[in-house]
Design a protein around this ligand. Structure first.
Ligand SMILES: NC(=O)c1ccc[n+]([C@@H]2O[C@H](COP(=O)([O-])OP(=O)(O)OC[C@H]3O[C@@H](n4cnc5c(N)ncnc54)[C@H](OP(=O)(O)O)[C@@H]3O)[C@@H](O)[C@H]2O)c1
Length: 342
């Protein structure tokens, strides 16, 4: 067996390179045809039904506004109901038909069943499920002082997508619907201080790629990956100080870089409506795929350089915690179609 593997080690890589070079023109042609088809085809979302988890802030909120502009019926899901209510008003102003607000925890299967079943009971159908609930963190793994937070990372970032998907699938199959899932560039480009988050996001990608095979064309899946664009992720719903106990730190209602978040939400919704399998933003991140495959050492050296100084190892922020129930609702839309940045 060792001999066979040694021969294959020598033969397979160069043969594959030659085959890929030969297949390149055909693949480019197929991609061009696919691109033209996707540019011409757009799902009309008017009167369709969209459930959006993580709708109470940042990207999730902007996704609500994008679907609202397309005149869809919306179901907004998150734990902070008071924020969802403000976002519902904005969504109506932007053109949404009917908007339901459902406070729920996506980590609890029974909550997921409730908001999906309520949606179908009320509207009679479900067309898009948008999974945007998440929990970010930035801490060096060995500096974590409370391991009880570890399962939360997987719960929200992984199971918080799997449960809503599981309960929604039969209805999405009926409507030939679509799942739009919000992952991150860390799913394939893991960064220091994001170990658990990156692991959960990588698991999420493999889960949805497998589901894509299993569902064939019955239910579409759009996977969105993007770099840091702002929002509450990583802004520290609690903080771990070096050598100190974990403390709650409410920094959730901070100003956002609204433009970028809005632009990414626009790309996500338009990609989903065009039936695209992937939405990536910004696209220059793609070059790191080549680095990772061909010269991974360079990435390693870069990260080591950036994260070796004392400043970059100081307090690290970590995301989520109990919802701050006294947080203010989002600002109202005063005029025009643009939601006010927070
Ligand atoms: N922002 C970025 O720069 C960035 C970069 C790469 C990837 N991403 C990804 O993009 C997605 C959205 O990011 P974001 O910046 O908009 O995040 P965010 O501002 O932290 O929002 C997270 C949302 O998830 C909800 N949520 C958290 N835990 C929940 C739970 N257990 N049940 C129900 N809802 C829950 C929160 O609402 P409640 O607290 O009210 O429940 C909130 O609406 C995430 O998947 C994130 O990983 C973001």
């Amino acid at each position: 067996m060792d001999l066979v593997n040694s021969i294959l080690n020598l033969v397979v890589p160069p043969t594959s390179m030659v085959m890929m070079a030969l297949a390149w023109p055909t693949l480019s042609f197929l991609h061009a045809v696919e691109w033209i088809f996707h540019s011409l085809y757009r799902e009309n979302m008017e009167n369709k039904v969209v459930v959006i988890t993580g709708a109470s802030s940042a990207i999730g909120e902007q996704l609500v506004y994008e679907y609202a502009r397309k005149k869809a019926n919306l179901v907004l899901v998150a734990r902070r109901e008071h924020r969802l209510r403000g976002i519902r008003e904005n969504a109506r102003l932007l053109g949404a038909k009917q908007v339901l607000v459902i406070a729920a925890d996506v980590v609890k299967e029974e909550d997921c069943r409730r908001f999906i079943n309520d949606t179908v009971s009320y509207f009679g159908q479900l067309n898009h499920l948008v999974n945007s609930a998440s929990l970010g963190h930035t801490f060096f793994f060995e500096e974590a002082t409370d391991t009880s937070v570890f399962p939360h990372m997987m719960d929200i970032n992984f199971w918080g997508n799997v449960y809503p998907t599981y309960v929604a699938l039969p209805y999405l199959r009926q409507s030939h619907g679509r799942i739009l899932v919000n992952t991150s560039v860390e799913s394939w480009l893991p960064m220091p201080r994001m170990s658990l988050y990156a692991a959960a996001k990588a698991a999420l990608i493999n889960f949805y790629e497998t589901l894509r095979f299993e569902m064939k064309d019955a239910v579409g899946i759009t996977i969105a990956t993007h770099g840091w664009i702002g929002g509450e992720t990583g802004r520290g719903k609690f903080m771990i100080e070096e050598g100190a106990e974990m403390q709650w730190k409410e920094e959730r209602e901070v100003p956002l870089t609204g433009g970028q978040v809005g632009e990414f939400a626009r790309k996500m919704v338009s990609g989903a409506c065009r039936g695209e399998a992937y939405v990536r933003h910004p696209s220059w991140y793609d070059i790191f795929l080549l680095y990772r495959v061909l010269i991974p050492d360079v990435l390693g050296w870069t990260f080591r350089l950036i994260f070796s100084t004392r400043e970059t190892r100081m307090p690290s922020l970590m995301g989520t915690g109990p919802p701050p129930l006294d947080a203010p609702p989002p600002r109202k839309l005063l005029s025009g179609p643009q939601p006010m940045p927070e």
